[in-house]
Design a protein around this ligand. Structure first.
Ligand code: ZN
Ligand code: ZN
Length: 354
């Protein structure tokens, strides 16, 4: 573990110096966990050494932290950091995460008036290429997700509500994994046409679709999968739309390679959907990276930036949504290898429930 963390830090320091930065200040818990193993909240100063500052709520938990000096302060975190740092720790230009709250930024200007703060681009994609240990955990999370999905099918009986299924799902995610990587989506009938529908008291009736989107959390790592199927005998157009979505997904899976632009990969799936006449009904990106956060770089969408790299883990999730009627989304996770993606979600794409 220590040598894995060292590699991550060496890579970060290299990228920082390529950007002309002498250090960084991180506040995103996922980035902090990635660099020093600490799963609580705090701030991490990266300069000639690493200094983690947190408050007494996480005092005992700091045992997790490796390869960094730990400061537990009762003061405000930045004041605690100021006391802990030697003069000259930062150097002149220090990088920040784009997600840093504006209030924290203003405090930084007050507490460290001599430091030149700037956004560090390298922090955005810090975690996008996964190492072996991360990939193993994500695969295990995906496997647990498949198992939970299988068990879920028996809950789908007429009269059960979206909220009841979602609650049972959350319970199983905690029992079989270590939690839910996001609020699950369970949508029946017309609710499935809203890509991010919140579970309601709607009862399941025969003759409508069911969309389930959920993810497992396992030792900090997430999984994410979606399946859409029909309860009863499917409408003809549903079957057609479902197969267009699968075709779009397969086209993207066949095309994905290291070095490919994320916009190009999105375009491969989008073209299949457009050619089938449903271009207007696919309003979100094709996929996103998954790791310590369920949504992280790379963002595979028409607005995405950057290229795919070997070792990235991301979702491929095209969808077609017909407002007021229903929607279909199929989402699998992949690990990108040198020659293409390995799909790590193995639940059946379509199941008949009745
Ligand atoms: Zn997703
Ligand atoms: Zn999802």
């Amino acid at each position: 573990m220590v040598c894995r963390l060292n590699r991550r830090r060496d890579r970060l320091k290299e990228s920082l110096s390529e950007e002309g930065l002498s250090g960084a200040l991180l506040a995103d818990p996922a980035n902090i966990r990635y660099l020093c193993g600490f799963s609580g909240e705090g701030i991490l100063a990266v300069g000639e050494a690493l200094v983690l500052v947190t408050d007494p709520r996480y005092g005992e938990q700091t045992e997790e932290a490796q390869g960094c000096r730990v400061v537990v302060t009762r003061e405000r975190l930045l004041d605690g950091l100021k006391e802990a740092l030697k003069d000259g720790f930062w150097g002149e230009r220090v990088g920040l995460e784009g997600s840093l709250p504006y209030g924290t930024y203003l405090r930084l200007l007050e507490v460290f008036p001599d430091v030149g703060w700037t956004k560090a681009s390298c922090l955005e994609a810090l975690r996008s290429v996964k190492d072996e240990g991360e990939i193993a955990l994500i695969k295990e999370a995906a496997r647990i997700g498949d198992r939970i999905f299988e068990g879920l099918l028996s809950l789908l009986r007429p009269g059960v509500t979206e909220r009841e299924v979602a609650a049972e799902l959350v319970y199983r995610l905690h029992r079989e994994g270590e939690g839910s990587s996001f609020e699950p989506i369970v949508a029946f009938g017309p609710n499935s046409s809203k890509p991010h529908a919140a579970p309601s008291d709607r009862k399941l009736v025969e003759g409508e679709p069911v969309l389930v989107d959920f993810g497992v959390l396992l030792r900090g790592y997430a999984s994410d999968m979606t399946r859409t199927f029909w309860f009863g005998e499917p409408e003809e157009e549903f079957l057609k739309v479902h197969s267009v979505v699968l075709e779009a997904q397969n086209a993207a899976l066949e095309a994905a390679r290291p070095g490919m632009d994320v916009v190009e990969l999105d375009g491969v799936a989008r073209k299949v959907i457009e050619d089938a006449g449903y271009g207007e009904n696919f309003g979100h990106g094709l996929g996103h990276g998954v790791g310590l956060e369920v949504h992280e770089p790379p963002r595979i969408s028409p607005k995405g930036e950057g290229k795919l790299e070997e070792g990235m883990v991301f979702t491929v999730e095209p969808g077609i949504y017909l407002p007021g009627r229903w929607g279909v989304r199929t989402e699998d996770m992949v690990v990108l290898g040198r020659d293409g993606p390995e799909v790590i979600t193995s639940s059946p794409k379509f199941v008949r429930i009745s």
